[in-house]
Write a protein that binds this ligand. Structure first.
Ligand code: HEM
Length: 223
């Protein structure tokens, strides 16, 4: 017990935890995307609503959800802690800013992009998760909630910016996690580079299709 507490307090332990929680959140992104793609099934949201109903009432899913929120909390907490530690360790904090010359820029940008993704997450949960879990009875269907939210070009614009920043965050984060796990060797590099592109480019791009699809349908008078 004491050993595991010491381990999680050490900087190596914290980097590993940061990596594990990050990869766990990446896996959530895949599951969430697959579920969200049901929004595109052409039956006025019946398939998506059935999926959403299942997700919000299944005991196992609700329990996993607690793990998900704990993962987000741990990742954010450790991210802020590591960022503060890096800041303190930088001797030239008040000197000429030579950030672009070293990898500290990437981790500083990871902090900034991560913070903006966090703001996105708060807005996102307020729009969809809170109504789904806390006052579902007085709400339109989940599909209608999504459809209505994405009728606003401003809201869609906010999503697109957040998804681009999420992509940037994952571009650095995924490689950094693999480095920490020690698997970024010559042998595995091509596989890791490929998986990295899936996470930072393909997944955010497919997410972006959803708000754009609803906005386009609305503007062209479809829905
Ligand atoms: C842009 C496309 C997206 C759409 C259409 C979308 C839609 C939704 C919906 C409808 C819910 C409520 C599900 C329910 O409770 O029944 C939800 C929940 C959630 N979303 Fe998203 N989402 C998108 C992108 C994202 C992204 C990029 C992230 C992470 C950075 C994210 C993180 C979450 C989390 C953590 C929850 C609460 C847990 C859950 O219900 O599974 N979402 N989303």
């Amino acid at each position: 017990m004491v050993t595991s507490i010491r381990f999680t307090r050490s900087s190596v332990g914290q980097k590993l935890l940061m990596g594990f929680t990050g990869i766990f959140l990446c896996l959530f992104l895949v599951e969430h995307l697959v579920g969200n793609l049901l929004l595109l099934v052409d039956n006025d949201g019946q398939t998506f609503d059935a999926y959403s109903e299942f997700m919000s009432h299944n005991f196992i899913i609700r329990t996993i959800e607690l793990g998900l929120f704990a993962g987000f909390a741990a990742h954010i907490f450790l991210g802020v802690k590591l960022w503060l530690a890096n800041r303190r360790a930088r001797p030239d904090r008040y000197a000429v800013n030579r950030a672009s010359e070293n990898s500290a820029l990437a981790s500083r940008l990871a902090f900034v992009t991560g913070s903006i993704v966090f703001i996105f997450l708060v807005v996102h949960l307020r729009t969809f998760f809170v109504p789904a879990r806390f006052y579902a009875e007085s709400n339109p269907s989940m599909y209608d909630l999504v459809r209505t939210a994405f009728q606003s070009p401003l809201y869609v614009g906010f999503y697109l910016v957040a998804l681009a920043l999420l992509g940037y965050h994952l571009r650095h984060g995924f490689q950094s996690a693999m480095q920490t796990f020690g698997v970024r060797t010559e042998k595995y590099r091509p596989v890791i580079e490929f998986a990295g592109v899936l996470f930072w480019l393909v997944i955010p791009a497919v997410y972006a299709v959803l708000p754009l699809y609803f906005l386009w349908s609305h503007l062209s008078g479809g829905r």
